[in-house]
Design a protein around this ligand. Structure first.
Ligand SMILES: [Zn+2]
Length: 168
């Protein structure tokens, strides 16, 4: 079983983000009880706050690049938030399409599960068809899908991420 090890797609994305945005904090593996998708190595949190305009601009830019290259990357879901016109916070998720996630693919959909995603955005490669049975589920909820093992997208996304960093 793969537990506590980043899946190849997460590892590759983290490496590119660390190269282009070395100052941005990134979290992948963690071991809460019960375990979550981060424990299975299928998720990443990118610490960029909507409260800080320059951080939010980087996050929005990264997310647009991830959407643009979805066909290469095949991530499952992104969770973040934005300001509504009335000043309240709009919590949203963007499903990639498939992998058991609902909502309109590659668009912002209302997210109601929690209100945690204001100081970071979350991206994952979870596939709900690949749930481990109990009791293993409590230690390691998901197996890696073929998409979670995807690599080879780094150069395509790096060029677009560097353009963001140049302020283009
Ligand atoms: Zn997360």
């Amino acid at each position: 079983m793969t537990r506590g090890i980043e899946c190849p797609a997460i590892a590759e994305l983290k490496k590119v983000l660390k190269t282009v945005f070395p100052e941005v904090e990134i979290g992948t593996i963690r071991f809460p009880t019960p375990a979550d998708r981060h424990t299975s190595g299928l998720a990443m949190d990118v610490m960029l706050s909507i409260e800080k305009p320059e951080q939010k601009a980087i996050a929005d830019g990264i997310i647009s690049v991830l959407i643009k290259h979805h066909s290469l990357m095949r991530w499952s879901d992104i969770v973040y938030s934005d300001w509504s016109d009335d000043g309240s916070i709009y919590y949203y998720h963007i499903p990639g399409g498939g992998h058991g996630y609902g909502g309109k693919p590659l668009e912002r959909n209302n997210y109601t599960k929690d209100k945690k995603h204001t100081d970071h955005f979350h991206i994952d490669w979870v596939d709900f068809d690949l749930k481990n049975p109990l009791p293993e589920y409590n230690l390691n909820p998901y197996q890696q899908s073929a998409d979670a093992k995807r690599t080879g997208f780094a150069s395509a996304i790096q060029a677009d991420l560097e353009a963001l960093n140049d302020g283009n």
